[in-house]
Design a protein around this ligand. Sequence first.
Ligand code: GLU
Length: 387
Amino acid sequence: MSPARKPKAAPAPAPLLPATTPRLVLKIGSSLLVDADGKLREDWLASVAEDVAAARAKGQQIVIVSSGSIALGARRLGLKKGGRASLEDAQAAAAVGQVALAAAWSRVLEAQGLKVAQILLTLDDLELRRRFLNASATIDRLLALGVVPVLNENDTVATGEIRFGDNDRLAARTAHAAGADGVLLLSDVAGLMTGNPKTDPKARLIRHVPAINAEIEAMASGGSGSGMGTGGMAAKLVAARMASAVGINLAIADGRAPHPLARHQSGEPCTIFSPRRSKKVKALGRKVWIAGRQRVNGRIIIDEGAVAAIRRSKSLLAAGVTAVEGKFARGDVVAVHGPEGPIGRGVIGYDATDARAIMGKRNDEQSEILGYAARAALIHSDHLVLL
Ligand code: GLU
């Protein structure tokens, strides 16, 4: 083909600015809220509140995920290492700092005529489907009432495996629960860089990440730049992956100067991650939630016929079940194993006792055994995900 006839590559469409989406989760890192001495950056915070009020006035709904409780509490308690010398210190600092943090948010947002709500979450609040739906309904109601919810992890009670650990992941999970369209992670870095700007003069900002691949992963290493938060770029990439999987736009942006939201709404350079959009985003959201859970409550062993059926997107019927293991309640997530091993997980429609009672039985035999009208399936296909 002659060069003249070579078809021109269509210019890549400009990515949607997450900061402008109708329902936005705005995550604010500790290093933005608090200066190096652990003091609240009052003027900066007031500028954020002005931006939020302007956005609300235009109809945009905003959920704030705010870090800073540990840093603020550490200063009040005179703890070293910003309150992160031990878990006990961090938990005590968070308990003290969270009061100050919530007071600061309510002060600046109320000055703009906005109502404020505080929500403190632990991992289980979004890991357990019923609690996830509950949190989701509450956030929805607050937004409809014109309230600005301000969230943080409940650091004082969360330890080890029950922690989100960083507010970047919390922001992505919150966006999913809140049905948000965008997440803006405000931090003390410009975004994802090709290298470390301190040591590599050629390091440049990646403006758009259409898909997270190995090359992108390699660019994100090391911990938090300020040493104040726990995030760092690796945690931000995990958050970007989580958001992308459920169709949510996410940006990592420099929030240090005043009016960070307004600046990013007008297109200031940052790193934007495009989601893996899918028509099935809603169903996928539930399935991603199921797949993303860290714990399962029991195990259902099924025969070859049932394996073949669920591979064809059918529901899992009790007739194909050969064993029920563990203790679980209706609505818990259980692992599903075939004769060869694990094949998936799903939200079960019965508790362990009833599941055991009807295993191997046809649907028309189940109601009599149970003493109430049996459900059409043990795990409905909408609540079943193959891994
Ligand atoms: N939840 C922690 C705090 O409020 C911050 C976690 C993080 O650094 O991402 O201090």
